[in-house]
Design a protein around this ligand. Structure first.
Ligand SMILES: Cc1cc2nc3c(=O)[nH]c(=O)nc-3n(C[C@H](O)[C@H](O)[C@H](O)COP(=O)(O)O)c2cc1C
Ligand code: SF4
Length: 677
């Protein structure tokens, strides 16, 4: 596949005072490395420079704002808060300017332009996330936020004036640090958008009511920044096409807003959609339509002829991006997760290496969920995210001595180990007892809602072929195979096996569910591998919070089988942060899957399940004589570890064989082993 296919995408674009080298813009995303290891500032710099080096034309960075009065409020007890999230993420903090300058210089030296988003979050954060001192959130009207439940304070005129001044100060700070411009954030239910939308702006003063009034805060800010920073400084606006909320902005309103922004001299519009009611709907998972905002962007583009329009959300590949451009729906394409997953996507597209792109799975599992859990952005299959300085592009270091390495197991951990080891110069032989590589990921990716997981092993296998790994399928490796073949190191990546006893950590006194040994009681793996066992209604007993129970339920329901999930947790798929659960429940509901929560199964009888309410202990019976699927987590499959005991081989155990975890942990384990040999 050649780069000619991406002629539009790879062509330059004039954006106000600057020209982008291509039409790929990294969309702003908070990285929040403050809670991780190492210097949050250095990690943030390395992260953004990596994506410029990977070829994006524009890097839009998410930066927060702290008005002076918050800073004063937060300064009691001699504990001045300087940055809300602990990293290089506070646009109006002048003490951070040298770090910003260093980062922006490096980004521009890589050939990309740099714009700082001015992220005024409004009610859609948690107050401790804004400052650690419980300062209330601000909004046009004191309506509780559907994402967090937080009740904001209605902004006074003084608050609004202060915010405008803060944004001007931030823009000047960024300009002095070398930024090409700033992006005003008037989308997705954040502060400026809350003023625009009649659903969240109930004010009766000059900032509420008519569109002109609702736009006043945004336009005052735009004009004030223009006045302070001059015409040569880029000002873009991120805006919604439609809110998807009754009483909120419709596309016709947004077209009007766009037209007014054009008249006010905005340099570009960055079209997104939805609000805090839908979080994380604009960070769409794989079940949402591709390029979900492209139609709205196209309508806005038609109304503002000549003003460049960007669009984002689940535009995964160069060909998807090219198609949006070809349809005339946008002038440039925004990518956040596609560049988290593979910062080098633009360069690979340019050199025609489409298959070498590590395509985003749209699982949201380590990026947005990682952020929501406070551990900073990560990626399910890019272990270098947040570790760019150590593991980023071009950081592969040859091993001091090339060794003969055996990797046993071709799941995500084994494939990761084999890739890194071979790229470091080792001679790798990979043994996989099945006839295909991918391990448990093959099952996961066979569920419609998780089909993106196939990209994980597709990319890994491609890299192994490029590295010349000796891949042996249908090959069991035991002590004889390994000891007799001059291997100097062995990576054991033999995975795990599903538990069959029904043990749950919530009832450590009960080693197994009575009746779990019956023939009709099977495991999640059977739900994938033994379709012949299922023709009648099924009950899935779920304890594994890693979504294996819901995956099995979806897989069976996709075949038209009636499924009920019984879980002791508060919701099915309990490992998901609570505001991600609605997307899961929408899927379960559309497949007709029933969920019984907070319920232990305490006995499996021939025609019934004996259940107990987790909190009250009340007993009930569910009549059921069909198959029962246990989704209770796995046990490490580590017999080879014992077999190799005393063999003299350098043995490393990785992934589920070490301890059953999620796929991102397996990949990190595997890559680490590849580095350790
Ligand atoms: C971890 C993460 C953090 C994000 N933070 C922001 C943000 O601070 N400001 C913003 O406008 N959008 C933010 N977004 C949304 C992205 O800019 C983008 O609109 C969204 O991810 C859809 O694009 P994609 O499918 O290319 O990822 C974030 C997205 C992710 C994944
Ligand atoms: S964690 Fe998943 S959704 Fe997020 S960037 Fe990585 S592959 Fe994409």
């Amino acid at each position: 596949m050649t780069a000619d296919r991406y002629q539009r995408l790879l062509s330059p674009l004039a954006l106000g005072p600057v020209t982008l080298r291509n039409r790929i813009a990294m969309m702003p995303h908070a990285v929040m490395f403050g809670a991780g290891y190492g210097s949050a500032v250095e990690r943030t710099i390395a992260y953004h420079v990596e994506r410029a080096r990977g070829g994006a034309g524009l890097i839009v960075m998410s930066n927060f704002l702290m008005p002076d009065s918050w800073r004063r409020l937060g300064a009691w007890g001699d504990a001045l808060e300087t940055t809300p999230l602990g990293g290089l993420d506070l646009a109006n903090d002048r003490s951070l300017q040298p770090h910003y300058r260093r980062m922006i210089e490096a980004i521009r030296a890589e050939g990309a332009c740099f714009v700082s988003q001015l992220n005024a979050s409004g009610r859609q954060l948690r107050s401790p996330g804004t400052t650690q001192f419980g300062i209330p959130l601000f909004a046009p009207s004191p309506l509780p936020c559907p994402r967090t439940g937080e009740i904001p304070r209605e902004m006074t005129i003084g608050d609004i004036d202060e915010y405008v001044a803060t944004m001007v100060d931030a823009a000047r700070n960024m300009q002095e640090a070398g930024a090409n411009g700033v992006e005003l954030f008037a989308a997705q239910g954040y502060l400026l958008h809350e003023f625009l939308s009649p659903a969240t702006n109930l004010r009766s003063d000059r900032y509420g009511g008519t569109l002109e009034n609702r736009m006043r805060f945004l336009l005052d800010t735009l004009r004030a920044i223009r006045k302070a920073a001059g015409d040569g400084f880029l000002i873009g606006v991120r805006m919604n096409g439609a809110d998807g909320v009754v009483g909120g902005l419709e596309i016709a309103d947004s077209v009007e807003i766009a037209t007014r922004l054009r008249a006010e001299g905005a340099h570009y519009l960055n079209v997104s959609g939805l609000t805090s009611l839908h979080y994380p709907g604009w960070i769409a998972d794989i079940t949402a339509p591709e390029a979900q905002f492209a139609d709205d962007a196209g309508l806005i583009r038609a109304a503002v002829a000549g003003l460049p329009v960007c669009v984002s959300s689940r535009i995964a590949t160069p060909e998807d991006a090219e198609a949006v451009l070809a349809a005339g729906q946008a002038d440039f394409i925004g990518m956040a997760r596609a560049l988290i997953s593979d910062p080098e996507l633009p360069n690979k597209a340019a050199r025609g290496d489409r298959v070498g792109i590590r395509v985003c799975t749209y699982s949201n599992q380590s990026c947005i969920v990682g952020l929501d859990r406070g551990r900073g952005v990560g990626c399910i299959h890019n272990a270098a995210v947040g570790r760019e300085a150590q593991l980023g592009a071009g950081k592969m270091r040859a091993a001091p001595h090339a060794k003969r390495v055996a990797v046993v197991g071709g799941g995500p951990a084994g494939l990761a180990a084999a890739r890194v080891a071979t790229e470091r110069g080792h001679h790798v032989t990979l043994f996989e007892q099945a006839e295909a590589l991918g391990g448990q990921n093959l099952m996961t990716s066979s569920v419609v809602s998780r089909r993106g997981f196939a990209e994980i092993h597709r990319w890994q296998i491609e890299m192994l072929h490029r590295g010349g790994v000796d891949i042996r399928l249908g090959a069991m490796a035991d002590r004889t195979t390994l000891v007799g073949q001059d291997f100097e190191a062995v990576v054991i990546a033999t995975g795990s096996l599903p538990r069959k006893d029904g043990y749950t950590s919530l009832r450590p006194d009960v080693p197994e569910i009575p009746g779990a040994g019956a023939d009709r009681v099977v495991t999640v793996w059977d739900a994938f591998q033994r379709p012949d066992l299922f023709s009648r209604p099924v009950i899935v007993i779920e304890d594994d919070p890693h979504l294996s129970g819901t995956a099995a339920a979806e897989k069976l329901a996709e075949r038209g089988i009636a499924v009920t999930i019984v879980t002791p947790h508060m919701h099915a798929g309990a490992n998901l942060p609570v505001h991600h659960a609605p997307a899961l429940y929408r899927r379960l509901s559309s497949l007709g899957i029933a969920v019984v929560t907070a319920t232990f199964v305490v006995g499996i009888e021939p025609a019934a399940l004996m259940c107990e309410d987790r909190f009250s202990g009340r007993r009930r019976t569910i009549d059921h004589d069909g198959p029962v699927v246990l989704a209770m987590g796995n046990r490490a499959n580590d017999t080879l570890v014992q077999e190799l005991d005393g063999s003299g081989l350098d043995v490393l155990v990785v992934g589920d064989a070490f301890a059953p975890r999620q796929v991102d942990a397996a990949i990190i384990d595997g890559e680490r082993a590849g580095w350790m040999i």
